[in-house]
Structures are given as C-alpha cells and as structure tokens.
Write a protein that binds this ligand. Structure first.
Ligand code: ATP
Ligand code: MG
Length: 144
C-alpha cells in the first residue's frame, strides 16, 4: 500500500480544512489505511527585555481551550465523514511536533495546508508548512 498511514496537520484554518478534505479522500480510497490528525499548541510567551513575563493562568487556559475546541471541530468533521481517525492535541512548536509524530508513528505521508491562521499572505507557504516540507523525509501533500 502506497500511503497506509496518513497524517493531517490541522490548525483550524481554511487551508487546513481543505487539507482535511484531501486527507479524508486519500484515506477512503486506501483500503486498510489509518488517518492521524495532529494539532499542536503552545502557551504564549512574552518577554520583557530578556526576562520571560509571567502570564496569568487564565490566559494560558484560554489558549488551551481554543486548542481543545480545534480538536473537537476536527473530530466532529471526521465523525460526519464516518471516518475513524486518531486525533491528538500535542504541546510543542507545530513543525517540530508534526515531524516528531510522523517519525515516531512511521507515517507514510503528511497532508498539510499551504497557509494557516497567520496573517501574512506574501509567501506561498507559512512557516509551519515551509519547515515541514523542508525537513520531512517522507512525501508531503501541500493543499492550497
Ligand atoms: P505563520 O504561522 O508562519 O504565520 P500561516 O499561519 O499562514 O503562517 P502555517 O502556520 O505554516 O501558515 O500553516 C500552514 C499549515 O500548517 C496549516 O494549514 C496546517 O495544516 C499546518 N499547521 C499550522 N499550525 C499548526 C498547528 N499548530 N498544529 C498542526 N498543524 C498546523
Ligand atoms: Mg500559522
């Protein structure tokens, strides 16, 4: 089987939702395949000079709640598709987390959106998709 373990990198953005559609199609046409979804989240860090500014716990909780909501959304969309997937919420920088997950789980292909939730439209790829394409040792399907 060409791509039996498929990893979708999901951040809730428009491109990530298009990537989700493609990952679902790929999983459906590949008998016996498994779909894995990773959403990475990081707590925000603010520096004052070189010192890390302490943040109120409520701010961290807000970030975490958004991350949980993002994974709930993707779980719902996959359930609507009747697809059984493993959805993981992992803490860490997105590109690193996606690549480590792919390696640890012997993933065959990574499906990722070209852009994400970031605002700058100047480049074709965002920093996460750029780093994943650059460093992955397996095929990456970048969905525009
Ligand atoms: P930047 O983050 O550099 O400002 P951007 O947000 O436009 O740019 P990326 O973050 O590179 O673009 O997003 C491209 C794709 O990478 C998304 O469509 C999604 O598939 C994946 N991705 C981005 N962030 C995450 C994340 N936190 N967890 C999992 N996948 C992610
Ligand atoms: Mg981004």
């Amino acid at each position: 089987m060409l791509f039996s373990k498929i990893l979708l990198a999901y951040d809730g953005s428009k491109a990530a939702n298009k990537a989700l559609d493609r990952a679902v199609e790929l999983a459906k046409v590949t008998q016996g395949s498994s779909l894995h979804v990773v959403h990475a989240f990081e707590f925000p860090r603010f520096f004052i000079g070189e010192a890390l500014a302490p943040l109120p716990a409520s701010v961290n909780k807000d970030y975490y709640d958004v991350a949980v909501k993002t994974t709930e959304e993707v779980k719902q969309r996959l359930a609507d598709e009747g697809l059984n997937a493993k959805v993981e919420l992992l803490q860490g920088s997105p590109a690193e987390t996606i690549l480590k997950y792919a390696k640890d789980n012997e993933i065959d292909i990574i499906v990722i959106g070209s852009r994400g939730l970031g605002g700058i439209r100047e480049f074709v790829l965002g920093s996460v998709s750029h780093n994943v394409v650059q460093s992955a040792r397996i095929p990456v399907l970048v969905v525009k």
